[in-house]
Design a protein around this ligand. Structure first.
Ligand SMILES: [Fe+2]
Length: 489
């Protein structure tokens, strides 16, 4: 937010009751912290990346410990056996973020239980429009059914999409979500949404089965039902595929293993280093603030903490193969382009480091690979290494479809269109999310190849970074400059 906009927001805020005037100050504190992160992102390059990685992995100092104690947040949704999730994962660098979180947490928990502060729906819409800048490039929605359809087409819902026996017909299946404990057991969130392909890149909702009833035309679907289904989808995406899978399982866990098992002089570590940036910090920060048992994310979703824990436990990564079962889905099509591109260069890197037929992996790389992948056999460790390296870069592309300005836009609309929403806490969280996801981090196109000591591997990775300019994808969020190098923010 520019200073002028901020002042304007404060002036408009003076018309609001006192308890809502605090919101811009909270947002400003969180924003400052995020801006500092984003400035940090600008300063990282191949000459100083090792220094940044070392700095990020410092064990917490006394002040950090004090702040963590203030924020609390244990247990959290990333606690997980058998990985012992947070061992070696520190959030040691961002004092301002912790301060903002501590205040925001108290504030949202106070507001969360007070439905009277929200006022009528008109006032809520006004708040959202006052504090959240409208993005003119994003569509305006009239209904939750429209919003659900847009969500299915524009973010990573692939884990819930299924092909059917009929050609050009797909289903979004979310009934499984009703098995997880919810705060309001009387309102199901699961449904089967039938979709037909309208054009090469657009699925249209044809009908929906929800709460034992079939709505066999799009225009018969009740708004309440579409909204409940959206809430389930967003919760699942945020907790299972975004926080757990992308941030923790595929990024922070792998980075923590690299940090403890591969020295910085190891070529595999050097190739992967950009994907390590800030990842353990961001997961540790989220675990201790957003994802805590009574944290703001747990508060806003329709599931209980127990329900979300079970959801995360049962989550299995959906594979992105080159033979995607969703021909024509924009996101799936673009994933395949990236998958093919990254796989080619990672095969070349492995060939450069471990020439086929002559060399097997060194024991250090082997042990690390076993820890990361878990299913490496002696004969196929080169293939496993290619797969692990490809996944480390690919998760950045996928992460961009789980957290971005479109997701923020959807969540914001959900708050506006919510039929019975009475909590300001959710609006506040939406705003903070907006700010957080708008800021830029290190882009995947930044060339870190000169950090690599091994000559041939360096040449391959230089070509990898430079060749990205030639990648042709359809969705704006798949464009190389849109994708970040790591899930570190
Ligand atoms: Fe994220």
């Amino acid at each position: 937010m520019k200073f002028r906009d901020f002042i304007q927001a404060v002036i408009s805020g003076l018309q609001l009751p006192w308890y809502q005037r605090l919101i811009p100050f909270l947002i400003r504190a969180a924003e400052r912290s995020l801006e500092a992160q984003s400035k940090l992102g600008d300063s990282i390059d191949a000459t100083n990346i090792r220094e940044h990685i070392t700095h990020q992995n410092r064990p917490p100092n006394r002040l950090d410990r004090l702040l963590q104690w203030l924020v609390g947040g244990k247990p959290n949704l990333l606690d997980r056996e058998p990985y012992d999730a947070l061992q070696g994962i520190y959030a040691a660098t961002d004092t301002a973020f912790f301060m903002a979180s501590a205040v925001a947490k108290k504030y949202t928990s106070w507001l969360g239980s007070r439905s009277w502060v929200a006022g009528d729906p008109g006032i809520r819409i006004k708040h959202l429009n006052v504090w959240v800048a409208q993005d003119a490039s994003l569509p305006v929605f009239r209904s939750n059914v429209d919003l659900l359809e847009y969500t299915i087409n524009n973010i990573d819902t692939l884990g819930m999409l299924h092909a059917t026996d009929r050609p050009e017909t797909f289903e979004l299946r979310t009934e499984f979500l009703d098995d997880y404990q919810r705060k309001d057991p009387g309102t199901p969130v699961g449904a089967t949404v039938a979709l037909t392909k309208q054009s090469v890149s657009h699925l249209v909702i044809a009908s929906m089965t929800y709460d034992g009833k079939e709505y066999d035309r799009r225009d018969q679907i009740p708004e309440q039902a579409a909204h409940a289904v959206l809430r389930g989808v967003v919760a699942y995406m945020t907790i299972a595929s975004h926080a757990f899978h992308a941030h923790y399982q595929s990024s922070a866990r792998v980075a923590a293993l690299s940090q403890s098992m591969l020295p910085m002089s190891h070529p595999v570590r050097q190739v992967l280093m950009p994907t390590e940036l800030g990842t353990t910090n961001s997961a540790a920060r989220a675990a201790r603030t957003l994802l805590g048992e009574d944290g703001p994310l747990v508060r806003v979703f329709p599931f209980t903490y127990i329900g979300l824990c079970a959801m995360r436990r049962n989550y299995t990564t959906h594979p992105i193969a080159s033979d995607s079962p969703f021909p024509g889905h924009r996101v799936a099509t673009d994933y395949n382009v990236w998958w093919t591109y990254i796989t080619k260069y990672m095969s070349d890197v492995v060939d450069a480091l471990y020439p086929a037929g002559t060399t097997t992996l060194d024991p250090v790389a082997k042990e690390w690979l076993q820890a990361v992948d878990g299913r490496v056999s002696r004969t196929e460790d080169r293939a496993a290494l290619i797969r692990v390296l490809t996944s480390a870069f690919m998760i950045q592309v996928r992460h961009n479809f789980m957290s971005n300005r479109i997701v923020s836009h959807i969540v914001r609309y959900m708050s506006i269109l919510e039929p019975s929403e009475t909590r300001v806490a959710r609006a506040l969280l939406t705003m903070v999310m907006f700010k957080g996801t708008e800021l830029r981090w290190v882009p995947i196109t930044r060339d870190f190849s000169s950090n690599i000591d091994h000559r041939e591997a360096r040449a391959v990775m230089r070509a990898f970074y430079q060749g990205m300019a030639g990648i042709r994808v359809s969705h704006e969020l798949s464009q190389p400059h849109e994708i970040e190098a790591s899930t570190g923010m």
